[in-house]
Design a protein. Structure first.
Length: 182
């Protein structure tokens, strides 16, 4: 049996192994739906994997995350790519509504490497079981980009340190990639 995969807010990034959903009818889009209009047109527990690449910054993402959790099977994975708050890409698109930091998705997880000593369960009535996240960097710094990315992602505490210090202003990030598991 094949895994059911959803490519959320796909735009022109059509993936043959996925159900491709976008707000706009584009060639290759399987389902046309506005992500700010919930619930999504899928059954509970339908998907093994969901990809949300460059989409959450455009929508009211907290209710959307809750609905994505609804349509995910137990143990399913949600992979998210969003612009980091230091990224110039965050500010160039006038449709971007939200900023993201490495600790953002920790607010929606039972186990977070970023908020271990802080109980945030009262923030939402839903939670993913686990989170892994990385900060990526634009490649225009050459070898410094690779080195910086390796250093920053050594440990969650280093990721937070990066964001809290001048380091993030000297070497602005590009994206956050996060993997959330139901």
């Amino acid at each position: 049996m094949n895994d059911m995969k959803l490519n959320l807010g796909c735009g022109n990034d059509i993936r043959k192994d996925c159900i491709n959903l976008d707000k706009h009818y584009l060639s290759g889009v399987d389902v046309t739906h506005d992500l700010d209009k919930l619930p999504l047109p899928f059954s509970d527990g339908q998907f093994d994997e969901i990809l949300a690449k460059d989409v959450l910054e455009h929508v009211d993402y907290i209710p959307l995350l809750k609905d994505l959790l609804r349509i995910m099977k137990p143990g399913a994975k949600l992979t998210v790519f969003v612009p980091h708050w230091t990224s110039t890409n965050m500010y160039t698109d006038p449709q971007h509504k939200h900023f993201f930091a490495i600790r953002t998705f920790g607010f929606f997880c039972k186990e977070s490497p970023y908020l271990k000593s802080v109980d945030r369960s009262y923030y939402t009535d839903f939670h993913f079981s686990s989170l892994k996240a990385r900060i990526t960097f634009p490649r225009h710094f050459g070898p410094l980009s690779w080195l910086n990315e390796w250093l920053v992602n050594i440990h969650p505490k280093v990721q937070v340190l990066y964001e809290l210090t001048f380091w993030s202003r000297l070497f602005p990030a590009e994206n956050i990639s996060a993997e959330l598991v139901k």
